[in-house]
Each structure stands twice: as C-alpha cells, then as structure tokens.
Design a protein around this ligand. Structure first.
Ligand code: MTE
Ligand code: MO
Length: 401
C-alpha cells in the first residue's frame, strides 16, 4: 500500500503542525497534573468533557478525543452536525410525524411510529463519522467546518431493517436508488434541502436500519428523532436524520447535497485543479482510521510506563492491527486490540509505552484492516476536505519520575 501524501505535505510539516497550534487548541491551554497524566483513566467514564462547538446555530460540535476512551460514545457527548438544525419539535411529534414510502413501489406507504414497531427489531453497533472529520488537517486547507478528531462516534442503533419496510411497499423493476428526505428545512426557501440518496443495494442490505433508539435510549432530537437512517460502514452524510420521505427511483437524488457536495475524486487531484464531474463520485464507505484517546494532547507524564489507548475502525472490513510509534514514525510497535469486536463498530486498543528519558515526545498511531488498507501518514487532498485518515498524533511532555 502506498503512502498517500498530499502534494506538498512532508512528515516534518505534519509533525510541526502537531507540535504547534493544535496542541494548545486541544487542551485549551490547560495541562494535566503529573498524577492525572500517569493514569490516563482506563475505562473510567469522562466527567466534564463538553462538546467543542464549531458553529453554534445550527449546532456543529465535536467530541473531545478523551471521550473515546469509552467503547460507546454517550449520547450527550456524541458529535452533532446539521446543515439547518433540527425541525421544529411539533413537526416531528409522534401525532403528526409519518414516514412516506413512495416512487417506484407497488404499494405506497404512510407509516406511523406504531406501524414501524410491528417490524422485527434489530440493533447494530456502528461508527457514525462525518465525511469532513479531520478536515482541519488537510493541507492546503479545505473550506468547510474545521473538524479535528471528534466528528465521529460509536453507538448502538436500534430500529427496524430498511429492507423490511421497502419489501412491504414492494420494489418495482425500476428501483435503483432510494432518495431520503428529512423534516429539517433551511431558513430561506432558496437554499436547497438536505436531500440524499443511496444505491438500492445499500438500502436492501440487512444491516441498514431505520433507527429510533441510540445507546438504548430514545433517539435525541439533535441526532434525528424520531427516525434516522444508519448506513453502517458508510460516512454519515447518508445517515439522514428526522427522516420523513423515502422515494424509490431510477436515478440518484438531484440537488446540491448529492450532486455537488459530498463528492470525492476517483483519481488523485492537485489543489486548485478543475475536476470533471464524471471524476467525482459520492462519498460512501469509510476508510481505515485510528485515534489516540489517551494520554491527552499536552499531557505531562512521569517517565516510566504509560498506557496509550485509542480506537480504530474501517468501513467494510475488520481491523487487523494498530501500530504505535514514539520516535516520529521511524519504528512501529503493535498495540493490543481489546474489548468487543463487531463488524461496523470501532475496536479499542492499548499500548504500554515505556517512555525512557524525558522531553517532548510525539505518539503516533496507524491502523491496518483486513483488506490491506493502511492508514497513511497524510490523506490525499481533495476539494471537500473529506475522508481524512492520516496517522493520529498526540504530543506529550515526559518528565523524570
Ligand atoms: N436531515 C438531515 N440529516 C443529516 C444531516 C442534515 O443536515 N440533515 N447532516 C448529515 C451529516 S453531514 C452528518 S455528519 C450526520 C451527523 O449526525 P449526528 O449529528 O447525529 O452526529 O447527520 C447527517 N444527517
Ligand atoms: Mo457530515
């Protein structure tokens, strides 16, 4: 596997970026005490780690990386992304909310939440990740919300199979794509709706679900209540929230959010290059990725044994290994994969680092999946700043014990 280095990106620049502004941005200038730092808090739930807000209205906020010491990301610590904010609550109240299934179907449906509860229930644990997660690390900068590490989370999603609902409606021979529309609306009528579509194969996949619950609790409004789509293994722009309309059709959805936004070049491109429309494909599957959850950026550690921990996941495959480097990528050692393993969830990992010496050190991690995808030092540049999966890095200060 090649290292997809974006043009002009060198390892030195990557590490210089890690050492500079990012360190302070992530710690807010606060450093942990040596006692705190020596114990990264294995397994202990985070207490006071609010989301980091990028945009207040509509809310775009990311999860601080230390929350990823937990396997499941708590609902109130799960990143929030929405183009227009949630619909007015009365539009999605159970008394008025309906799911319409229309288009190339034999029997159009209008389902209440009660109707949906008659289908078999299924729970899938899956990572939901914004396509723009890590956009802040692309060089040159790509326009859009400058997400760092936390526009992703791992949750258990409970609901019914989209396939079962579509089969009740009965697909016709023309069914190629499923268009998805939620109840959220832009403030101005001139702004396009967040209309998306997925290929019918993904819609009929037995793990694709219409979710009403998140981590065992009713789906929060910010995360799409009363109903959202979960496309396990795929980027979150397909996970339409506040879902009201399913339309079976021959073509991909039209409009800005399917035809212009959330597209990725199918060949390497240079920054500023004009890309022909046929060379841009919708963002679909996730790419292999790992993150360091502890120690935190900027931590002060007593020299000795330090437990490094994090998570790793990939789109349609499984995590084979996670490696850690504490010498700026010259040598790599394998981390231990621990905890639950489920197809679309992330895998936790741990690495016991014997620091030796003292001074400023950078911890790097990279994951490999069973399809031979290796997390690259830096991800290929693309105009949307999507699919960042460069090596993760955390910089710490090691002090004589
Ligand atoms: N209806 C609707 N669904 C949506 C969006 C939206 O703006 N409107 N944003 C999408 C994007 S880009 C992301 S990253 C995820 C975010 O899901 P979360 O807020 O539950 O983390 O929702 C997706 N579903
Ligand atoms: Mo997103």
């Amino acid at each position: 596997m090649t290292n997809h280095e974006g043009p002009g990106i060198t390892r030195r620049r990557l590490l210089a970026g890690a050492a500079g502004g990012l360190a302070l941005a992530l710690t807010g200038g606060r450093l942990r005490s040596p006692a705190e730092a020596a114990d990264p808090g294995l397994g202990t739930p985070p207490t006071d780690q609010p989301l980091r807000t990028h945009v207040a209205r509509p809310l775009d906020a990311e999860t601080p990386p230390q929350v990823f010491t937990q396997y499941l990301t708590p609902n109130d610590r799960f990143f929030v992304r929405s183009h227009f904010g949630p619909p007015a609550p009365d539009l999605v109240a159970p008394s008025v909310w309906r799911l319409s299934v229309a288009g190339s179907v034999e029997r159009p449906l209008r389902l209440t939440l009660n109707d949906l509860s008659t289908f078999d229930e299924i729970t899938v644990t899956a990572v939901v990740q914004c396509s723009g997660n890590g956009r802040a690390f692309h060089r040159p900068k790509a326009p859009g919300v400058q997400w760092e590490k936390g526009a992703a989370g791992n949750a258990s999603w409970t609901g019914v199979r989209l396939r079962d609902v579509l089969q009740r409606a009965g697909l016709t021979a023309r069914a190629r794509h499923l268009q998805l529309q939620g109840a959220d609306r832009p403030v101005a009528a001139s702004v396009p709706l967040f209309t998306r579509s997925i290929p019918i194969e993904k819609a009929l996949h037995p793990d694709t679900i219409l979710a009403t619950r998140m981590n065992g609790a009713p789906l929060p409004l910010l995360h799409g209540a009363p109903l959202r789509l979960i496309t396990p293994g795929w980027m979150a722009d397909s996970c339409v929230k506040w879902l009201t309309n399913l339309t079976v059709q021959e073509e991909e959805a039209g409009g800005y959010y399917m035809q212009t936004a959330y597209r990725y070049p199918s060949r390497p491109v240079k920054p500023g290059e004009v890309i022909a429309p046929q060379d841009l494909k919708p963002v679909e599957a996730m790419v292999v990725k790992s993150l360091i959850a502890a120690p935190q950026q900027g931590a002060i550690l007593a020299s000795g044994a330090v437990m490094v921990q994090g998570v790793a996941w990939t789109g349609e495959g499984r995590i084979e290994k996670v490696e850690v480097s504490t010498d700026e990528g010259r040598t790599w050692e394998q981390a231990r994969l621990v905890g639950d393993e489920a197809p679309y969830a992330w895998r936790q990992w741990r690495f016991l680092w014997r620091t030796g010496g003292s001074g400023r050190r950078t911890i790097l991690c990279r994951a490999t999946d069973d399809r031979g995808q290796v997390q690259p030092m830096a991800s290929p540049w693309n105009p949307g700043g999507f699919l960042w999966n460069g090596w993760d890095h955390v910089q710490v200060q090691v002090r004589e014990a």
